[in-house]
Design a binder for this molecule. Structure first.
Ligand SMILES: *[C@@H]1O[C@H](CO)[C@@H](O)[C@H](O)[C@H]1NC(C)=O
Ligand SMILES: *[C@@H]1O[C@H](CO)[C@@H](O)[C@H](O)[C@H]1NC(C)=O
Ligand SMILES: *[C@@H]1O[C@H](CO)[C@@H](O)[C@H](O)[C@H]1NC(C)=O
Ligand SMILES: *[C@@H]1O[C@H](CO)[C@@H](O)[C@H](O)[C@H]1NC(C)=O
Ligand SMILES: *[C@@H]1O[C@H](CO)[C@@H](O)[C@H](O)[C@H]1NC(C)=O
Ligand SMILES: *[C@@H]1O[C@H](CO)[C@@H](O)[C@H](O)[C@H]1NC(C)=O
Ligand SMILES: *[C@@H]1O[C@H](CO)[C@@H](O)[C@H](O)[C@H]1NC(C)=O
Length: 676
């Protein structure tokens, strides 16, 4: 009796609770937030709400997770009451991914529908804080996610470094696409970069009758495009349980960005209400303008007054001097490529150190925005003796300006002052390759990116050697002269040492130029650069990319110190893969890795004739030809000439570590040494 009444009490209580719950859920079939001030979201791990209502899922710390879920579940697949059962839903949210550095960010975030808000054991990086390697793919997950992923992970078959994917129970997307939106005005698809730091909208709509899941993305300034980015047929009836939570999960990995949600609208069963962009909270000020506002006004004001009082009289003279240039009659034909010093001065705010991108053996490089066109440029300042060979130099600059290839950094023009030459190039937002390859603890370039860079640079060198009107020798191919554009395409830059000569002519030069470790042995003997010596340098570069280290590392043990020797020794013992960059953690295509290492060795033959041409190299890398068997004759490979009969004026000997360390230059600085 007691037991029975207790049971029925329990039953009644249960019924009451579930009715209550249902009522609550029904009341809350939809919600809309413009900012999250006072919102009772369920936040976990790193997620927090800023005072202005901005929801921050992660900051730029590495390998973090941040989640925010609507605190109550929605009744999706419940069979309890027919009228409330619906798998259809619609949501719109505004987000931004702001990387720490202009171009490196990630990992990404996922709009998630899950039976639980407890994600214990889930991992950061490519798992977005919702799954891990064991739970990935289990149908018992009952998980639907739409991922916004800024880093391609090979093991999850990601397609692109800025993509949207639809994930069901697994982070291997059932469908994905690079982030683009359809512009209704221009009737074309426009590409978006997730980690641009710009605010964007996402709409996700599922219709139970059509069984269609649509995902649409657009910049926050646009209205919803009429064509979705993804439109996928799926039946969610086996995925959605009765009660499901909706929210966001976000993660960072080896690279990180701050991931924000600015507003969110959701409706289970109907169309989500549209967000009002004007009501969204603003993002935190980005690094550029971090100065306190009063300083921004006060400092220039005081400076202006002081300047005005102190130098108003002398201003005119100083002004003239400041922007003074050298300009001669013969330069008129190069007029279009001539920049005024005043423009370059303004572009770099007077060549301040704040705009310094780097400095090397040949000068300093500044970042700037040209006042006339608002175009971002890199400006290289080289000291130059104006009396000596200027005419030829400028003629060569003009030739370089006419080179056009998508894997070359475009030279836009020049400017000449007393003792100084300024070269203006396209600005490459992702900086130079050596910084990503050698200066980080973690690999920031994966194998797919590395291989793409190698193919790109090979095609650029092929263009210089064989496809342009003259033969162009770059003479300084190395990782630090390869820059990365917004899409991580490798672009060969720094033509400071390039030489032009007519096809069929014999290049004559008595200067040894290049960089220690990349200079072909015959060049050190004869001082004559050829296309084969560029091939040699490219071979060294291929080994660097595969092994993730510099050609010479005196701090390494004797067997590993000279990279090419170590790779050759490893090939001989049949374990060439041991030289692969350990930071890749084995995530590479074995055939490609072997090809790059062997081709690198082939280019390192000390006899120039034995090296392949750039055309052959491009064919091997594109998979259009098979690499010949490697002769394993050690004497014929390497940085050292087989014999040094003609030591010439300039000898390099760095096969013994103490000799090497005696050199005053480092292996990353370009050298220019002329015999007398
Ligand atoms: C990110 O947030 C975590 C936790 O709130 C904090 O410990 C860390 O210092 C933050 N990192 C940055 C770069 O602000
Ligand atoms: C639910 O729908 C089924 C068939 O569609 C019907 O047989 C059943 O009576 C309905 N139940 C309720 C509670 O409306
Ligand atoms: C993976 O996640 C599940 C829960 O989703 C957890 O039980 C399991 O321990 C995790 N596995 C690992 C290896 O962390
Ligand atoms: C734009 O992208 C959509 C979806 O990816 C595709 O179906 C469509 O053909 C594209 N339209 C144009 C004009 O490229
Ligand atoms: C999804 O997109 C297709 C194609 O534009 C459209 O016909 C369909 O109505 C859309 N469905 C939803 C649920 O928005
Ligand atoms: C969802 O509901 C349908 C109809 O009631 C049922 O056939 C299906 O098994 C349910 N799905 C899940 C995952 O429970
Ligand atoms: C990503 O895909 C888009 C469109 O197909 C393409 O323009 C872009 O270059 C791709 N990015 C990378 C890194 O492959």
């Amino acid at each position: 009796m007691m037991i029975a009444s207790f049971k029925s009490l329990h039953f009644l209580l249960g019924l009451f609770l579930s009715l209550n719950f249902l009522a609550l859920a029904q009341e809350q079939n939809h919600f809309i937030y413009h900012g999250f001030t006072g919102a009772n979201l369920h936040l976990s791990e790193n997620a927090k709400i800023h005072p202005n209502g901005l929801l921050e899922l992660t900051n730029t710390s590495k390998r973090q997770i941040g989640r925010a879920f609507f605190p109550f579940p929605f009744q999706f697949n419940t069979s309890l009451f027919n009228n409330s059962r619906s798998l259809s839903f619609s949501t719109q949210f505004a987000f931004a991914m702001v990387p720490e550095q202009p171009i490196l960010g990630g990992h990404g975030m996922a709009f998630t529908i899950s039976p639980t808000m407890d994600f214990t054991g889930a991992l950061a990086a490519q798992y977005f804080g919702i799954l891990n390697s064991t739970s990935n793919g289990l149908s018992s997950n009952h998980l639907l996610a739409v991922e916004l992923d800024a880093v391609p992970s090979q093991d999850l078959k990601d397609i692109n470094d800025s993509h949207v994917g639809i994930d069901v129970n697994s982070l291997i997307s059932i469908e994905s696409a690079p982030v683009t939106y359809f512009s209704d005005e221009e009737k074309e698809n426009k590409s978006l970069t997730l980690i641009s730091g710009h605010e964007m909208h996402v709409w996700i709509d599922y219709d139970e009758v059509e069984k269609l899941l649509n995902v649409t993305v657009a910049p926050v300034t646009r209205t919803k495009p009429t064509l979705p980015l993804l439109s996928t047929t799926i039946d969610l009836s086996s995925v959605m349980l009765d009660s499901m939570y909706v929210g966001f999960s976000s993660s960072t990995g080896a690279v990180a960005s701050s991931h924000y949600i600015l507003g969110w609208s959701f409706n289970r069963g109907g169309q989500a209400q549209s967000l009002d962009v004007s009501k969204l909270p603003s993002l935190p000020p980005q690094r550029k303008s971090r100065k306190k506002p009063y300083l921004r006004i006060l400092v220039p004001a005081i400076t202006a007054i002081i300047l005005l009082v102190a130098i108003s009289g002398a201003a005119y003279i100083i002004r003239r001097k400041k922007y003074e240039e050298l300009r001669e009659d013969w330069e008129q034909e190069y007029g279009p490529q001539r920049f005024s010093y005043k423009d370059l001065y303004k572009a770099t705010t007077g060549f301040t150190d704040r705009k310094l991108l780097g400095s090397g053996g040949f000068g300093k490089v500044y970042r700037g925005v040209l006042p006339s066109s608002n175009m971002q440029v890199a400006i290289k300042k080289v000291s130059h003796d104006s009396k000596q060979g200027t005419k030829q130099f400028v003629a060569e600059i003009a030739s370089m300006g006419r080179l056009r290839h998508r894997n070359l950094v475009q030279l836009l023009g020049y400017c000449r002052r007393k003792g100084e030459l300024l070269l203006v190039y396209d600005y490459m937002p992702n900086g130079s390759l050596d910084k990503l390859l050698f200066h980080n603890d973690t690999p920031s370039l994966n194998w797919v990116q590395r291989y793409k860079v190698l193919r790109g640079v090979a095609s650029a060198l092929l263009y210089l050697h064989e496809e342009w009107e003259q033969v162009v020798l770059h003479r300084d191919v190395k990782a630090s002269n390869i820059l990365l554009d917004d899409d991580f395409n490798g672009r060969l830059g720094d033509f400071g040492l390039a030489k032009f000569y007519d096809r069929g002519a014999n290049p004559q030069t008595t200067c040894v130029v290049g960089t220690v470790g990349y200079i072909a042995p015959e060049v050190t003997r004869t001082g004559r650069a050829t296309t084969s010596s560029d091939v040699f340098a490219f071979g060294t570069f291929m080994l660097e990319m595969a092994c993730g280290r510099k050609p010479l590392e005196p701090e390494q043990s004797a067997e590993k110190m000279i990279l090419v020797d170590w790779v050759l020794d490893s090939l001989k013992i049949g374990d060439i893969l041991r030289t692969g960059d350990p930071r890749l953690e084995g995530n590479y295509v074995v055939e490609e890795m072997e090809l790059v290492l062997k081709l690198g060795l082939l280019c390192s033959f000390s006899t120039p004739q034995a090296r392949p041409s750039m055309r052959q190299i491009a064919q091997y890398l594109d998979g259009n030809a098979t690499l010949p068997e490697m002769p394993l004759d050690g004497a014929s490979i390497g940085l050292m000439p087989a014999s040094l009969e003609e030591p010439g004026d300039f000898t390099l000997s760095f096969h013994r570590s103490n000799d090497y360390s005696a050199h005053s230059f480092s292996s990353t600085d370009s050298i220019l040494s002329c015999g007398r």
